[in-house]
Design a protein around this ligand. Sequence first.
Ligand code: SAJ
Length: 398
Amino acid sequence: MGLGYVGLPTAALLASRGHNVIGVDTNQSVVDTINSGKIHIVEPELDILVKTAVESGRLTASPVPVPADVFIICVPTPVSRETHEGDMRCVVSCVQSLIPVLQSGNLVLLESTSPPGTTEQLVGQVIEAAGFRIGQDIYVAYCPERVLPGATIRELTRNERIVGGVSDRCAEEAAAFYRTFVQGDIHQTDARTAETVKLVENTSRDYQIAFANELSLICESIDVNTWEVIRLANRHPRVRILEPGPGVGGHCIAVDPWFLIQSAPEEAKLIRAVREFNDSMPLIVANRIEEIVAKKSAQSVALLGMAYKANIDDCRESPSINIYQILKQNGRVPTLYVCEPNTSHLDGVELSTLKTCIEEADIIVILVKHSIFAEVNWVEIMREKTVLDFKGLTHGLF
Ligand code: SAJ
């Protein structure tokens, strides 16, 4: 249920393991694309996996649910930009849509990131309201997806899984199902704990990135090289500092902590501060670029990398886009070039080639550590131009 970045790879992988899979998506064009053996998202290895699954007849897509033994819910659970409240409408309408085809003995699994209590209360209530007894007629469990975009297929197979049942029997049924296609260990717990674990994982990463980001501001103010400090501190056996950058993008780490904050607003003070700090990074970076432009009376700036992280094409919720928008809005940079080598089109942004950016701009700003940027001869370019490197790509070249 939901053929996005998690649902489609899961469907194709299940088909490759011999399951008969019906991928359900309310978007007819997604359904048509998949039924023609093609994909609508970019993810390594996914195209061939889907093509093979569709050709083998084990994977078909449908706009409406059909009867099945197992239902896996992988629909979006976004957080409002203004209120930071989670929007669970897709989960509710998804469960409602499967009620007409639900049969005794079915297993219903929620994988979407959700506030603690969702599986038992939200999913459970809709199923119980239809007259089923959970744990007796229908087995319900929460099993968070934990795959890293860019490595989805490998991580879907190898990662350990947390399976949280609404009852012990529900957890056992769910664990038995995941064992049919997952190589990593399966850990059984209750649904509420599993929901919390997922939020805690991404919140912990948000914390660690915030530490690296704050460190970069401290180091700059005391005139010490951040990258060298981190490299050397990480030689300590129990220190593992992450990389600073222009902010935290994507649909998970910048979102999931809000579900925890929403669950315990009084207690989650540090988590909120961390989230707000990471969210402020694009503004800090944009201001820094404007300062240098003014100081050098520069006429043009090139922004390198619009994706939310290295070597992917996904530009949604990207700090680079925020930075671009702030610079455009302020109008203090006469000419702005933008380069994203992993995509040919970006709504509302005119893209230039890497070559144009490097040749034409007075100031070059590195925002993402794409491998292709590492092939540039930065030593030569830095002799003539100002390079603002927010990802440490050029560290160690001198
Ligand atoms: N980032 C840094 N510094 C770092 C690492 C990341 O600034 O050292 C930035 C990235 O540039 C990016 C953002 O953080 O803008 C998030 O990137 P990421 O690679 O840390 O994570 P995601 O959002 O692509 O995937 C995360 C993963 N969670 C964890 O690693 C704990 C993945 O395993 C989850 O399945 C995924 O969220 C999800 O769907 O929840």
